[in-house]
Design a protein around this ligand. Structure first.
Ligand code: BTN
Length: 247
């Protein structure tokens, strides 16, 4: 891996690497050394990129938009459940082609996955909690480069839009949106985002199956509640995996 070479980019520490195992680990290390909120690591390639629930995140070098962002939330860990939904809203509203959100944090175009979010919360014993927010967007992948998936099929901005995007310019816009929206979440909580979530929610009103640690529940999705929990058949779930969308 390149030696991390942090430099200030306007008001932000940005570590830009050709290759690393995972940008999550670079930012986590920076955080433990006291780096400020908004510190970012981006890479052209990851050799051990990870996704939610122990999945791997793979890409072809130089095609995806990938970064990890350090958040130092003002709210206590117990109130951070909706953090990944806030990140999703921020990204979906800023990305081209108008992607929508599949709870908790898949970015989708139609029923295809454009990108994902991985929030890793750390509670070091001798320092304030922090969150490393990982973002992976299938930006300039050709149809042949789309990764195989075990759930939603993948797509990319290139495949859907027909032209490559400027990943650096797009990253800057996404980071600016995250700065603003995470500050608003600190200040106002998820209640301030509920209407924006509803406007982007791909699941509300559809019949689905949600996998829980002890089984599967099925029912009509009522969107997300004021704490960012998924409503299925009138009950709220803070965690789980949407397995099948039936309607
Ligand atoms: C998911 O869809 O499950 C989340 C994918 C998150 C991938 C990004 S790429 C940048 C950052 N580094 C990682 O190892 N993972 C996240």
């Amino acid at each position: 891996m390149d030696a991390p070479d942090p430099h200030r980019d306007d008001d932000r520490i940005l570590i830009a690497l050709d290759s690393c195992p995972s940008t999550q680990d670079v930012v986590r290390e920076q955080a433990l050394q006291g780096a400020p909120a908004g510190t970012v690591c981006t890479a052209e390639h990851q050799t051990a990129g990870r996704g939610r629930r122990g999945r791997t995140w793979t890409e072809t070098p130089g095609t995806a938009l990938m970064f990890s962002y350090l958040a130092r939330p003002a709210r206590p860990p117990a109130e951070l459940g909706p953090l990944s939904l806030v990140v999703g809203i921020s990204l979906a509203e800023t990305l081209p082609l108008g992607p929508r959100l599949r709870w908790p944090n898949d970015l989708v175009l139609g029923d295809r996955k454009l990108g994902g979010i991985l929030v890793e919360l750390a509670t070091p014993p001798d320092a304030a909690p922090f969150a490393v927010i990982g973002v992976g967007i299938n930006a300039n992948l050709t149809a042949e480069q789309l990764p195989p998936t075990d759930r939603l099929p993948a797509t990319s901005l290139l495949v859907e839009g027909g032209a490559p995007v400027d990943r650096t310019a797009l990253r800057e816009r996404l980071l600016g949106a995250l700065d603003r929206d995470l500050a608003a979440f600190d200040r106002d909580g998820f209640g301030a985002f509920a209407a924006r979530w509803a406007a982007l929610d791909q699941l509300a009103g559809r019949e689905l199956e949600l996998r829980l640690p002890d089984g599967v529940v099925a029912g009509r999705c009522g969107g997300a509640d004021g704490d960012g929990r998924l409503l299925v058949g009138g009950r709220a779930y803070a965690a789980g995996e949407v397995e099948r969308v039936l309607g």
